[in-house]
Design a protein around this ligand. Sequence first.
Ligand SMILES: NC(=O)c1ccc[n+]([C@@H]2O[C@H](COP(=O)([O-])OP(=O)(O)OC[C@H]3O[C@@H](n4cnc5c(N)ncnc54)[C@H](OP(=O)(O)O)[C@@H]3O)[C@@H](O)[C@H]2O)c1
Length: 361
Amino acid sequence: MSIAPIARRDGRPTLAVVGATGAVGTVMLEILSTRADVWGDIRLIASPRSAGKRLTVRGEELEVVALSPEAFDGVDVAMFDVPDEVSAEWAPVAAAKGAVAVDNSGAFRMDPDVPLVVPEVNAAAAAQRPKGIISNPNCTTLSMIVALGALHEAYTLQELVVASYQAASGAGQPGIDALREQMAKVSGDASLGTVAGDVRRAVGDPGPFPAPLAYNVVPWAGSLKDGGWSSEELKVRNESRKILGLPDLKVSATCVRVPVITTHSLAVHAVFATEVEQERAQHVLAQAPGVVLVDDPANHEFPTPADVVGTDPTWVGRVRRSLDDPRALELFLCGDNLRKGAALNTAQIAEVVAAELNPPR
Ligand SMILES: NC(=O)c1ccc[n+]([C@@H]2O[C@H](COP(=O)([O-])OP(=O)(O)OC[C@H]3O[C@@H](n4cnc5c(N)ncnc54)[C@H](OP(=O)(O)O)[C@@H]3O)[C@@H](O)[C@H]2O)c1
C-alpha cells in the first residue's frame, strides 16, 4: 500500500493516532478536537479491520488507514492507544521512521531508556528518550500522581499506602459492556444481595472480572504476580517510584474493582519526611496545576466518580492529618481513567514534544 506523504500544515508537526477506533482512541479524538490545536495534519491508524472507516477529529472527517510502516511516513509524533503487543512491535517502527512515539500501553513503562511522563510532575523527562519512545503511566497511578507530586514538592514523600476503587472501563470496552449487562440482570429483583451466592447466580458469567461486579466489590485487577500481588498493584508501586524519581519509595497498594463505569478513585495514606498540617496541605493541593480541591465534608462536598466522570483534573477531598502520625496525610482522590488516566495525559505529553519540535517564535 502506498500512502501519500503528509504535507506539514503551517509548518506544524504531523500527528498519527494509532488505535484511533478503540475506547482510549475515541476519547483521544474528542480531546484533540477540544484542546488548543498544535497539530498540522492528523493521520488515524488502526488494524486492517478498521481501514476505510471514517472518523471525525477537529470537525474534519478522516479515513482510518491500516497499520503499516508506510503509515508513519512524514509523521512527527505517533500516539499509540493499542494493546501492549502491538505497541511493542510498532512503536520502534514509528521511531525508526523518525517519529517520536508516545505509548499508552504497558509495553515500555519500566524500560530504563524510556521516560514515564506526567507533564505536571516531570515534563522535562520527555526530552531524554534514547529510543525515541515516551511512555504514559497506567490509569490507576495517573489518577493520583499529579496531587501526590504537588505534596511531594512541599513535604518529600516517603511512603504510600493506597486502596483503589477502580471503574469497569479500566478493563476496556468489554468491562463497560459486562457491568451494564450485569446491572440489567440484577436490577429487576428486589430480593438480591441478601443471601450468599444469589448475585453470582443472577449474573452468571462475570465477563472480564473474576466475580460479579454488580452489587459487589472485587479485590482484583490484572494478573497474579509473586507473593499474591496483582500486576495492577505492582504497577502503582513501580510507576509511582519512576515518575517521582524515588526508587526507594515504600508503596503498598490494594486494587479493587467497583461497579462504576468510568473514573477511578483512591484512598491514600501518604507519609512525608516532615510534619504536615491540614490547612497547608489543602492550600498546596488547591494551588497545584491539574488538581481541584473539593473538601467540605460538613456540607457533604467531596469528589465522587459520578461527579468527576468526563472531566480533566484530579479531584481531591477528605484531606486529613493522620491521628497517629503528624507526618502523614489521608486523602480521597478521583480521576477519569479514560481522560487524565489515558488519552489526556498522552495528548499532554505529545504537546510537550510538539513544543520542542516547533518552539514558539
Ligand atoms: N481503558 C483504560 O482505562 C486504559 C487506560 C490507560 C491505558 N490504557 C491502554 O491503552 C491501550 C488501548 O486500550 P483501549 O481500552 O482503548 O483498548 P480497545 O478499546 O480494545 O482498542 C484497541 C485499539 O487498538 C487497535 N488494534 C488492536 N490490534 C491492532 C493491530 N494488530 N494493529 C493495529 N491496531 C490494532 C484497535 O483497532 P481495531 O478497532 O481496528 O481493532 C483499537 O483501535 C491499551 O494498551 C490499554 O492498556 C487503557
